[in-house]
Design a protein around this ligand. Structure first.
Ligand SMILES: [Zn+2]
Length: 182
């Protein structure tokens, strides 16, 4: 299994001007040789003729992390970190974890659902999200995960999130202090 993550271009494919923070853009993906290829355009360069045989088209705002550096660091939330760690993996267990984390991120409006459906070869259910804070298009796959695999993924997700809340150096506290907290 092969999971692709399509990051936004830094500038428009039409005029090659760099995008600015919060600039409105139009993006699309096409299936080319079985792989999703992404294109990003500024408003001036976008027109419906470009839609062609696109798999999906959506509007977004360009997010420049350097400009946004002063903004609240929600982009570094544990949930997002767990998602990006697990979505890179080929294992079904990690895929289940990524699948569930993505749904939670969507609920937090960090991820936006772009499209879902069967992928062109029809073997897996495919969900495309846009990560608002990283200009990324993310492909999450559901290779017919079973209920048991989902349950396992949920357990792993909760365990990983708990690790973020209890960093290892917390164990250096005295046993008495821990007992009082408990
Ligand atoms: Zn342009």
């Amino acid at each position: 299994m092969d999971i692709k993550i399509g990051k936004s271009a830094r500038g428009c494919l039409g005029c090659e001007q760099a995008f600015e923070h919060e600039q409105q853009t139009t993006s699309l993906v096409r299936v080319q040789d079985g792989v999703l290829a992404r294109e990003d355009y500024c408003d001036a360069c976008w027109n419906a003729d470009r839609t062609g045989n696109a798999f999906s088209v959506w509007n977004s705002r360009f997010y420049d992390p350097q400009v946004a550096e002063q903004e609240p660091p929600e982009s570094f939330s544990p949930l997002r970190q767990v998602f990006y760690e697990s979505v890179e993996s080929d294992s079904r267990e990690e895929t289940a974890t990524a699948y569930l984390a993505a749904q939670l991120l969507r609920r937090q409006k960090v991820f936006r659902l772009i499209k879902q459906g069967d992928d062109p070869d029809g073997e897996v259910h495919l969900i495309l999200y846009s990560d608002r804070l990283a200009n990324r298009l993310i492909e999450v796959r559901d290779p017919n995960l079973s209920y048991a695999e989902m349950e396992e993924g949920r357990t792993r997700l909760l365990a990983r999130l708990a690790e973020f809340e209890q960093p290892e150096d917390a164990e250096e506290e005295t046993p008495d202090a821990q007992a009082q907290q408990a």
